[in-house]
Design a protein around this ligand. Structure first.
Ligand SMILES: [Zn+2]
Length: 107
């Protein structure tokens, strides 16, 4: 997996263009699913907008983790990331409303 992604990925038979972030203000729907993952070694949850509940993408965590973890555990880990659908971000006006840290810009 590359650190930054503008990638076209298939999940659940659909194609999305996603960008990956180390952090994003999204609501994660645990328990995480270990099947059909794009990223080997990672389980995923659906990630939705905390305000309007729109589906924005997915959050990924190490597959060996428990299926349900806390937001704090997710946020504090260097092994977790969020992949968000570019089209949805634009619709949500994310730049104005969310704090995100693209992985490419992390020190
Ligand atoms: Zn929203």
């Amino acid at each position: 997996m590359t650190d930054v992604g503008f990638s076209r990925s298939g999940m659940l038979g659909l194609q999305f263009e996603v960008v990956t972030f180390s952090r994003a203000d999204v609501f994660k729907h645990w328990p995480a699913d270990k099947h059909f993952t794009w990223y080997p070694g990672h389980a995923w949850t659906v990630a939705t907008c905390p305000r309007c509940s729109a589906h924005l993408g997915w959050a990924f965590q190490p597959i060996e983790w428990p299926e349900t973890v806390t937001d704090a555990e997710f946020e504090e880990s260097e092994q977790t990331f969020v992949a968000l659908i570019i089209d949805r971000l634009l619709q949500q006006n994310f730049a104005a409303t969310l704090l995100m840290t693209p992985k490419s810009f992390r020190s």
